[in-house]
Design a protein around this ligand. Structure first.
Ligand code: G3P
Ligand code: MG
Length: 254
């Protein structure tokens, strides 16, 4: 039986085993077009990006609720229009060589990912309380692209966001993000119609991975930058890892 108790087990991977976390984020400013381009240049076939929304309802690629860490701006992203966000430098904080990188829109990121023939794990990352406008904006943008579960996996640590997303685009596969593996992982994954569990890598062991697989779900741990740990996780049978260093992990995994 599969995740819903009615379909065959979903064990066929829909995303490559090495997922460039926020792009090639060890060598380029995370969640920028430069980081996506570099991930593709390094040979990564899959990328993970975080999406949130601007004050005027445009989905943008950014991890934090505030602008302070990854741009030269400050304050909550949801209080800025796209025009204001686009005026910010999203590269210099990482390295002066990346000065002029901008916060990408989801639309820009999708175009680049499709041009480079990559698969995408899009993490819905709403500012707390902004789940509905965030998901609505993401759905609106995705509907302008020809989205397919063959190259898009949507995930979130916000179960409400997953449910809202599924109400609009039920054909796109979903993943649940947690820190620890929930004790009732079967119930939670089933309730939110997920095909995969994205948990912190430290919480996995061989038996648990086997149990999750036997129940028909994929296992995608984050964030794995240690080659020894990556080898151990693949030996346990995980389906894919999120890594800031896709080049090192590709050398390891092939
Ligand atoms: O989606 C996996 C991972 O990205 C979740 O954590 O904080 O890096 O978005 P975070
Ligand atoms: Mg993320």
């Amino acid at each position: 039986m599969g995740p819903d108790g009615s379909s065959p087990p979903i064990i066929a991977p829909i995303i490559a085993p090495i997922i460039a976390h926020r792009g090639a984020s060890a060598r380029a400013p995370e969640n920028t077009l430069a980081a996506i381009t570099l991930a593709a240049d390094l040979g990564a076939q899959a990328v993970e990006l975080d999406v949130t929304v601007s004050a005027d309802g445009i989905p943008v690629i950014l991890h934090d609720e505030t602008l302070d860490r990854c741009t030269d701006g400050s304050g909550p992203v949801v209080l800025k229009t796209l025009e204001e966000l686009k005026s910010l430098d999203a590269g210099s904080w990482f390295d002066p060589g990346f000065a002029g990188q901008r916060i990408p829109t989801l639309d820009e990121a999708l175009k680049l990912i499709r041009q480079r023939d990559m698969t995408l794990n899009l993490e819905l990352k709403p500012t707390t309380g902004w789940e509905e406008p965030t998901v609505q904006a993401v759905v609106k943008t995705l509907e302008r692209h020809v989205v397919s579960g063959e190259w898009l996996l949507v995930s979130s640590a916000s179960p409400d966001s997953l449910d809202l997303f599924r109400a609009s685009l039920p054909e796109i596969p979903l993943g649940l993000i947690t820190t620890a593996v929930p004790l009732r992982w079967r119930t939670v994954l089933k309730r939110h119609h997920c095909i995969s569990l994205h948990c912190h890598q430290a919480f996995l062991h061989k038996r648990l991975v086997a149990d999750i697989h036997a129940a028909g779900y994929l296992v995608h741990p984050y964030t794995v930058n240690d080659p020894v740990r990556a080898k151990a996780l693949f030996a346990m049978g995980v389906d894919a890892i999120f890594t800031d260093q896709p080049d090192s992990m590709l050398a390891l995994h092939g």
